[in-house]
Write a protein that binds this ligand. Sequence first.
Ligand SMILES: [Zn+2]
Length: 299
Amino acid sequence: MKRAGDVSRAADVKSFPPLGVIGGSGLYQMDGLVFQEERVVETPWGIPSDPYMMGTIGSRPVVFLSRHGKGHRYLPSEINYRANLAGFKSLGVERVFSVSAVGSLREEIVPGDMVLVDDFIDLTKQRPMTFYGDGAVGHTPYGHPVCPDLFHSLSESCASLGLSHHKGGTYICMEGPAFSTRAESSLYRSWGADVIGMTNGTEARLAREIGLCYSTLALATDYDCWHPDHDMVTVQEVIRIINQNVRRANEILLHVLGTVSQQRKCHCAEAPLNALITDKSRIPKETRKKLEFLGLLGN
Ligand SMILES: [Zn+2]
């Protein structure tokens, strides 16, 4: 039987652009997501890591993607980042929250802590970094890589839930899959980096190219190898921390997805507007099709 609230709730779901979530190591599904359907998406860059899980949280439509695929099947270098982000865009997603396990490069970022990342240093070498190319040249502004609105919303949610977090931090994105050497780890610390991971720098850059908002909730699993305690950590301890992190991440996601503003107030959507330099009439047909898929050709 329908209740009076059902009509307005249905209207709200329809008018609210879906919110995207990318889950990293340990977070292969979202607790609390009222599941509706799995959606397999094909993009001009191929198939995303997994089907998108479509559902709702409260009155908000939400689209969840497992970054490494269920069962953790893709190396950081093997993930099809372009397909993952293009897939979100094709589903009408405008804003993406990323949840990621990271290593800590700071004494004060204790394993189990949450860090709201606000900058990246990208050291990756073996993965496509752009939707441009093949006859289309574009340069996208990327000086402030994280969406300030999503960052603020994540911070508010952590505060509302009484969860301590580090507000701001620089994420070093390395190629992997092996972890860093002590010399590398010390170098990154000297650069002012706070956490280290293998995926989010790539995602943030590609998201900005296509005008998606992107923000990272980083969950520290352990100290990187610079720390004297690094070699003392047991596998059981790391698993305990990951499980704790996943519970907290779910708690924060449920809160932030239910409270984030309905419309975007940031400028992330404007990033692609003046990026393309190439004369559109000279862009090859196949490349035009790809850019049109992303809405990057304008009118
Ligand atoms: Zn934004």
